[in-house]
Write a protein that binds this ligand. Sequence first.
Ligand code: HEC
Ligand code: HEC
Ligand code: HEC
Ligand code: HEC
Ligand code: HEC
Ligand code: HEC
Length: 456
Amino acid sequence: MISWRKHYKKGLIAISLLLSTGASVYAQGDPKKGQELFKANCTACHTLDKQVIGPALGGVVDRLKTEQNLDTDWLHKWIKDNKALRESGDKYANEVFEKFNKTEMLAFPNLSDTDIDDILAYTTDPPAEEVVADAASGDAGANSTAAIEAQKAQELNSKIVIAALIAIAGLLFWLLLKIRQLVKLQQTPELSELNTTRVTNFSAMYEKYSYVGKGVVALLALFALYGVWNWLMWVGVYKGYAPEQPIYFSHKIHAGENKIDCQLCHSGAKYGKVSEIPSLNVCMNCHRSISEYKGKYIEPGKDREFYTNQIKTLYAHAGWDESKQAYTGKTEPVEWTRIHNMPDFVYFNHSQHVVAGEQTIINGFNAKQKDPANKIDVVCKACHGKIDTMNVVQMANNFTMGWCIDCHRTTEVDMNNGYNKEYFKNLHDKLKKQYGEGSKITVDAIGGLECGKCHY
Ligand code: HEC
Ligand code: HEC
Ligand code: HEC
Ligand code: HEC
Ligand code: HEC
Ligand code: HEC
């Protein structure tokens, strides 16, 4: 029924497009595919109906045609590489750049012409609301599977604890019975005679039944040992650590719902040792114009007002006066609680992994995923887990030495990337001789297990 209606709508659209002559030029794309692409690439800065960082894009093809006499060719060039277009001296490209205070739009050289046609079809003719609803419930579904997994793990944990408690309760009950038996043994008149002969005094009786006490003590000792061992194993390991932050900043809303690239905020990852937490300037690039939360996604137990208040907290820290649309100069840095923190004697370098190691880490990670479809920032996820589904960042791995080494033993070195080709040229030839042509060269072969590489 619904699908018939969709076809019916498509039919109507097709007919109306055929009737309106000029329109058919740009309506070649598939608006549904376009919607996906738009969500993945453009929603960080554009919506259809409202100016965000860039202009509203609903009906942009028509608007540029009528106002500027520009056709889809121009749009293709602009979307692929707006900077190149501006630098070629294109009049409107420079005008609109000036109008938006020289805010750089990203270039999208990876989008094909068909992709762009699809996106433009979407801006011209967004699919009906029911499709949007589908997408939203799909997200909610993904959400709840993650939640269910977490819950399952938690349930298992509490089951173990409950089983242990039941065992202890059983032990105590058994002990009680034994003691009652002992007491009864002494009280029954028939036995009291025997007692005088067989159990002459308490110490003899204790001797007789001491194995009970010893057994219990041994069991309790085992329990205690197990507890201490567990505790020792987890000292300094904070997998799952997720502290409260001064601003409720949701990665799910930013990196998940709005598909903002990790490295837009954590730009340090590419260039050096640390990824860095973004400064408030980075936040304000977007939040000068995003002052309220209007998103579809709402975490259970929160509401839009809650999110909007968090944006106001950001304004207070950044010293942004909303009514005057100006900075007051009164700023107060946000003290984010650090989550990942290696001991001082460990050297870990992001760029080594995010740049040199990127491709092989992605390959290794994808091989383990059931659904490698989500391609954004895969390299980060290999170590940090699905941050884009977390409202509050959690440590997704235990970040121990064993964890680093495990990956170095199993992940290949990408001998073909520019950096390694240059750096390991001689070593590569040597390794090929040593391990044989075509063999897997894993990180341990280039020194990834040497103490000095990771320890100062
Ligand atoms: C990082 C933010 C950002 C992203 C991501 C982005 N844009 Fe833009 N876009 C802008 C800004 C800002 C402008 C205004 C012009 C300028 O400052 O360069 C703009 C302008 C445009 C224009 C010109 C509109 C007009 O009214 O003249 C089009 C078309 C456009 N963007 C399409 C896209 C498409 C399609 C995508 C996704 C593939 C996209 N943009 C992604 C920031 C962005
Ligand atoms: C819009 C900006 C923004 C984007 C996009 C973003 N982050 Fe963050 N990230 C932050 C801020 C702010 C914090 C500090 C607050 C917190 O822990 O939530 C943070 C914290 C983190 C932390 C924990 C840092 C610590 O203290 O150890 C990790 C790991 C992280 N982000 C990874 C990612 C990954 C992976 C992505 C992409 C999927 C991503 N971030 C996208 C802003 C961003
Ligand atoms: C690239 C643009 C961009 C950047 C950079 C950015 N945000 Fe956002 N932020 C958004 C968008 C988009 C939303 C969702 C708005 C909506 O759906 O109405 C949002 C929502 C929020 C919200 C409400 C939802 C939530 O996560 O609690 C807060 C708070 C927030 N941002 C804080 C920050 C902080 C703090 C930073 C800097 C560390 C930051 N943002 C950087 C685009 C950005
Ligand atoms: C090979 C594993 C690995 C990869 C890949 C990785 N990280 Fe990390 N990340 C770590 C470790 C380990 C730390 C702790 C570093 C420390 O405490 O010195 C960390 C710390 C961080 C922090 C906290 C601040 C800091 O730099 O200490 C942020 C933010 C972060 N990572 C973001 C990212 C982002 C974004 C990506 C993808 C571009 C990424 N990471 C890729 C392992 C990784
Ligand atoms: C997801 C897999 C993965 C994890 C986890 C990982 N690494 Fe690596 N690491 C790599 C890869 C791949 C390379 C090779 C990069 C290259 O091509 O230079 C590498 C290289 C290195 C190197 C350089 C080795 C050399 O001889 O040049 C150091 C140092 C290093 N990692 C430290 C660490 C530390 C410390 C940790 C844990 C906190 C860690 N790594 C966790 C995949 C990983
Ligand atoms: C791939 C990186 C890497 C290599 C290689 C490496 N370590 Fe570590 N080591 C670590 C990390 C990361 C930690 C911190 C673990 C933590 O905080 O739980 C650590 C911790 C330690 C500790 C402190 C005890 C502990 O477990 O917390 C000792 C001791 C140590 N390493 C010795 C060595 C020796 C000796 C070698 C050489 C045989 C070596 N490491 C090689 C990454 C490495």
